[in-house]
Design a protein around this ligand. Structure first.
Ligand code: DX5
Ligand code: ZN
Length: 215
């Protein structure tokens, strides 16, 4: 099975987001990863549902929307309506993870849970049948271009065991490059997010950058 590549548009040129989304689509990405930050749950502010809606017509690929916001539930319907396909919330962002996952699925979207580097995989135990994706943060969320945290490779391995035969994607986000990607894939990752490693070198390099991550 080939690993899915989800370029994070956080590293794209924000002045031409539509073009950038078309360029990664043409370069062979599988998903488009959208990092939503609120300056409260994480120390950075990025984009809202209006931007998701604006870039949606630029690619038919899966929009993988990573919500780093707290509270999260009040905003889920808007991100769903904006054209998200997968909506991922942080386990740390609220007391009612099960409720958030049910809300996402009730809107006809795939539901994901993201774990910060210090959060143990045991938080997934009672929601395994309510989710479609686990997003393992291999950096502290907030910024692109940070170094990969090695301890998360073992977490990927443990999540793979926990998931068993369930059809759940295991996605890794942060510091993914052709070298760290190998370890993520062999531990059980089925999807990789990459910002700097995809967007470096400009549009002419995107196809080669994406291919290099597949190993
Ligand atoms: C971090 C974001 C990531 C990040 C990845 O908070 O969720 O998606 O932009 O960027 P790189 O690949 O540069 O670490
Ligand atoms: Zn992300």
């Amino acid at each position: 099975m080939t690993v899915k590549i989800a370029p994070s548009i956080l590293s794209a040129d924000f002045a031409k987001l539509g073009e950038e989304v078309r360029a990664i689509d043409a370069a062979g990405c599988d998903w488009v990863h959208v990092d939503v930050m609120d300056g409260h749950f994480v120390p950075n502010i990025t984009i809202g549902p209006g931007v998701v809606k604006a870039i949606r017509p630029h690619s038919a690929k899966t929009f993988d929307v990573h919500l780093m916001i707290e509270p999260v539930d009040p905003y889920i319907p808007e991100f769903a309506a904006a054209g998200s396909d997968i909506i991922t919330v942080h386990a740390e962002a609220g007391a009612h993870l099960h409720r958030s996952l049910q809300l996402i699925r009730s809107l006809g979207k795939k539901a994901g849970v993201s774990l910060n580097p210090s959060t143990p995989e045991s938080v997934l135990e009672y929601v395994l049948d309510d989710l479609d994706l686990v997003l393992v943060m291999s950096v502290n969320p907030g910024f692109g271009g940070q170094a990969f945290i090695e301890s998360q490779v073992e977490k990927i391995r443990r999540i793979k065991a926990l998931v068993g035969a369930r059809p759940i994607e295991i996605e890794v986000d942060g510091g993914v490059n052709p070298e760290t990607a190998k370890r993520c894939i062999s531990a059980g990752a089925t999807a990789l997010v990459a910002g700097s490693a995809v967007f470096k070198g400009g549009p002419d390099a995107y196809a080669a950058n994406i291919a290099a991550l597949r190993g």
